[in-house]
Design a protein around this ligand. Structure first.
Ligand SMILES: [Mg+2]
Ligand SMILES: [Zn+2]
Ligand SMILES: [Zn+2]
Length: 867
């Protein structure tokens, strides 16, 4: 594709004043009726054929074009009395407050005016838009101050504004006619002080005397199945405007009383306002007969559902599918299982050549219903023919080189998978297809981390790339294999996950030994092709894990498990020598999906293909071993000795006594305030500190008595899922609940949280401390505290998600055209340099070691050291 580049100097928006409106319009709309008895558009009505065509077969009376060729033409309405344009409500208020009602000059003294003029010139040359906006605000503030005009000396009464379109001068309400007259008086020479370009706009245009009627093509009517015609929301609004306008004109002509005229005028204002924007604060939105709120012009454009974000920035696409995801550890991480139903619907276009013509005949013969069939052929004339039961034989006969066949998706095809919100590059990755029975997408559990997917009903989208170029990109740039390491933190992001870690942890513990038969079964099931390391009757788990490692692999590091103090010396340091795991237990710090050391080294030094294979095998090994061994969690696993319970109770009671002491000290005024805190704040902080310390103590005590073979402990220690605090909440005590960043304050009147407590009680129980554990059950107060802080957490996430979502939108919109150029600079689409060196250090983070270049390691490798 040829890229056309043009340099824009700027974009200027202008406003259609009354003259331009009449010039642009092909006709004045003067009849409020749409159709006559026979259902034909009424001449001079809102559906007049001069405004464009929407019915196929009809011709436009203005340009002669048919549907699709005629762009539609504007008409106009002459208002019986002028009407304020809502979108200028605030601006009109500003202009009225700045200008003198008598002479029309902007109330700024000569000297100040000169300064402002120079400042505008400066901003034109070198200033920013926000500087300009600020200057205009400053001038407005200055002009507003004057109660007497500095030019003619006339009184300049203050203007008050009532949203959206009502203005008062002093005590008197201004009609739109008066508003317009005042704005007309402002001379062109003063307009720059209002921030208005006199060549483009006159302030009085904001009070409309004529009104543009959009072409029928932008407000087409829909014919329902019943044959009934349903008009567009804009047409409905225009009919309202027409009716009221006509009645207003008739009443004016017949000399009706001023009240009636005023009422009709206000109604006209209302309809014109809601046509433009039907979500203005201060007035009720216009509704459909059925009660539905009508869509105004603004509503068509604004927000996610509006023209920009829905139809221009994003569109519906073909060749895509969406369904629920479910796990399947027996496919590869870089594969995706696709329901056959979807495989038969999505197609890949194949050129028929001498080489594949026989194969394509087969595919056509299988037809659209069978798997690995085809839906369409395109003959050498470019005609697209649907394959059906009737023609599949004939088409299979006819097909020849030069034709194209839209064949079904089949195993090995490349597709893109996406899970929203797409927060980073790995939210969209290329997978290879596996057509499977069932109705869900099957993904490997190890791919959950980058997609942030789980299987509680998550859905994902699939895109079927159509060109060879797209397929190559999906594989080479977006492919799972090419995205094992994160460009965010420079470590693996795809790897051991949850249960896999628990399994490998148990497999590689010091004393895990398997019989030869079991070991065989395990490595066979896991798809590992290797010889068992010894002819011994028993094989250790570590020997089995070592089968995954390259024979020249060496590494040594402290395990995550060692930090818990729950594993023996032998398990706490991983030592791999020549591809043999000699010491140490495999946990999340070794193969986990956020920077597992062994996994990371393997991906970096043995390449993505070896890395992917390694991930597949370790997942299989971990899961299969766990299946073989068995692991369950029950309530029993959270029982702790009576002794520990007593100790925990003592600790908590002691803490509560300390809290009483703090309160007493504070009441006696003897509590020393912490720096920057009041006495009350200090008291609260000390109480929370004391109670949290006691809870931590309880957590420690639970941790101490927890057996390393406890399943919950295994998960926590290995980093598979959860931590010891989760166990302590169930077995020990839940602890202090925070609401609004501190202990709960409000409740039963202002003196206490519940009527069941003594007035002004500051003790632990009445202020959100939960002494019980989830295992033992909570009392009603405790249950309330936990629920309240839980609700707060839920509310916070509900508030934060859209906020951070919007921040992300702004950021990605601002950065989306930046790319690294041939010379290493980061540039935007205009070729402007944003950074001279990518990230200012030129490092591709996904290729780095946590964002850095590990020179020591490189030197080691260069010296021919161990891999
Ligand atoms: Mg979910
Ligand atoms: Zn036309
Ligand atoms: Zn004046």
């Amino acid at each position: 594709m040829e890229i056309v580049k043009k340099d824009l100097q700027g974009i200027e928006f202008r406003f259609f004043g009354p003259d331009s409106v009449r010039k642009l319009s092909v006709m004045e709309v003067s009849v409020p009726e749409l159709y006559d008895q026979d259902g034909f558009p009424v001449e001079g009505g809102l559906m007049d054929p001069r405004l464009g065509v929407v019915d196929p077969g009809m011709r436009c009376r203005s340009c002669g074009g048919k549907v699709g060729h005629c762009p539609g033409h504007f008409g106009h309405i002459e208002f019986a009395k002028p009407v304020i344009h809502v979108r200028f409500g605030k601006k009109i208020y500003m202009w009225l407050s700045m200008a003198c009602p008598s002479c029309g000059r902007v109330a700024v003294e000569k000297e100040a005016r000169d300064i402002y003029e120079r400042e505008f010139q400066r901003i034109d040359n070198e200033g920013t838009n926000s500087e300009r906006a600020k200057l205009i605000r400053d001038i407005a503030k200055e002009a507003k101050k004057h109660s007497v005009c500095p030019h003619c000396g006339a009184d300049k009464p203050a203007i008050t504004y009532e949203k959206p379109t009502t203005y008062y001068q002093g005590e008197d309400k201004l009609t739109p006619v008066e508003v317009r007259e005042n704005l007309e008086k402002i001379p062109d020479e003063d307009l720059f002080l209002l921030g208005v370009d006199s060549r483009a706009f006159r302030p009085e245009w904001a009070v409309m005397t004529s009104f543009l009627v959009p072409p029928v093509t932008v407000r087409p009517c829909i014919t329902l199945e019943t044959g009934e015609r349903s008009e567009d929301d804009l047409t409905h609004k225009l009919v309202d405007i027409m009716r009221i306008n006509l009645r207003l004109r008739e009443n004016m002509a017949s000399g009706a009383p001023a009240v009636i005229i005023e009422d009709l005028w206000e109604l006209l204002q209302y309809h014109a306002t809601t046509f433009i924007d039907n979500q203005v604060s201060g007035i009720p939105p216009a509704r459909h007969r059925a009660g539905r709120i009508l869509k105004g012009v603004v509503q068509r454009v604004k927000t996610k559902q509006g023209r920009f974000r829905r139809n221009l920035a994003g569109k519906r696409v073909n060749f895509s599918a969406r369904t629920v995801v479910s796990p399947d550890a027996r496919i590869g991480v870089d594969e995706v299982g696709i329901p056959d139903e979807i495989a038969r619907d999505l197609t890949v276009s194949v050129y028929v050549t001498d080489e594949n013509v026989e194969q394509m005949k087969e595919v056509i013969r299988r037809g659209p219903e069978a798997l690995d069939g085809a839906n369409y052929v395109i003959d050498d004339q470019g005609n697209r023919l649907r394959i059906t039961d009737f023609n599949q034989e004939t088409l299979a006969e006819q097909v020849a080189p030069g034709w194209m066949v839209d064949r079904h998706l089949k195993d090995g095809d490349v597709v893109l998978m996406n899970r929203q919100p797409s927060l980073h590059r790995m939210s969209l990755m290329g997978h290879r297809v596996r057509v499977l029975p069932g109705r869900t997408f099957r993904i490997h559990p190890s791919i959950c981390a980058p997609y942030n997917a789980d299987f509680d009903g998550d859905e994902m989208n699939l895109h079927d790339p159509q060109g060879e170029e797209a397929r190559a990109e999906a594989l080479e740039l977006l492919g799972v294999r090419k995205n094992l390491r994160s460009p965010r933190f420079g470590g693996v992001i795809i790897g051991g996950w949850r249960t896999q870690i628990s399994g490998l942890f148990l497999l590689t513990q010091k004393d895990t030994v398997l019989s030869r038969e079991k070991a065989f079964q395990l490595i066979y099931d896991a798809g590992i092709e290797a010889e068992l390391p010894s002819s011994k009757k028993e094989i250790t788990g570590r020997e089995i894990f070592s089968l995954l490692l390259p024979s020249d692999f060496n590494i040594r590091f402290k395990t995550k498990a060692s930090k818990s103090g729950k594993v023996g010396e032998d398990d706490s340091e991983v030592v791999v020598k020549d591809g043999k795991l000699l010491k140490g237990v495999i946990d999340s710090s070794a193969v986990g999906s956020f920077g597992g050391r062994i996994l990371d080294r393997i991906v970096q030094e043995y390449g993505p293909d070896f890395g992917t294979d390694f991930i597949n095998k370790l997942a299989a090994l971990g899961l299969l071993y766990l299946k073989m061994r068995g692991m369950t969690v029950s309530i029993e696993d959270f029982e702790i000795p009576e002794e520990t319970h007593k100790e925990i109770n003592q600790t908590l009671s002691k803490a509560k006594r300390e809290v009483r002491n703090i309160i007493k000290k504070a009441e006696a005024g003897k509590l020393k305030s912490w720096p920057g805190m009041s006495m009350v704040e200090t008291r609260e902080s000390e109480i929370i500190h004391t109670l949290n310390k006691a809870r931590d103590e309880a957590v420690r005590m639970v941790g101490d008595v927890l057996s390393p073979s406890n399943p919950a402990a295994i998960m926590a220690i290995s980093g598979a899922r959860g931590n010891l605090l989760n166990v302590a909440l169930i077995a020990g005590a839940v602890g202090q609940q925070a609401i609004g960043g501190g202990r709960p304050k409000r409740g039963y009147y202002s003196s206490r949280t519940f009527p069941h407590f003594v007035k002004h009680d500051l003790g632990a129980e009445s202020k959100g401390f939960v002494r019980s554990s989830y295992g033992s059950g909570l009392n009603p107060f405790e249950f309330f505290w936990v629920s309240a802080s839980g609700r707060e957490g839920l509310t916070d996430t509900g508030v934060k998600t859209p906020k951070s979502g919007y921040m992300y939108r702004r950021l990605s919109n601002a950065l989306q055209d930046l790319k690294v150029e041939y010379d290493g600079t980061v540039r935007d689409s205009g070729g402007n340099i944003i950074q001279f060196l990518y990230g200012e250090d030129g490092i591709d983070v996904s290729m780095s070691d946590k964002g850095f270049i590990n020179l020591d390691r490189l030197a080691e490798l260069a010296r021919g050291g161990d891999k």
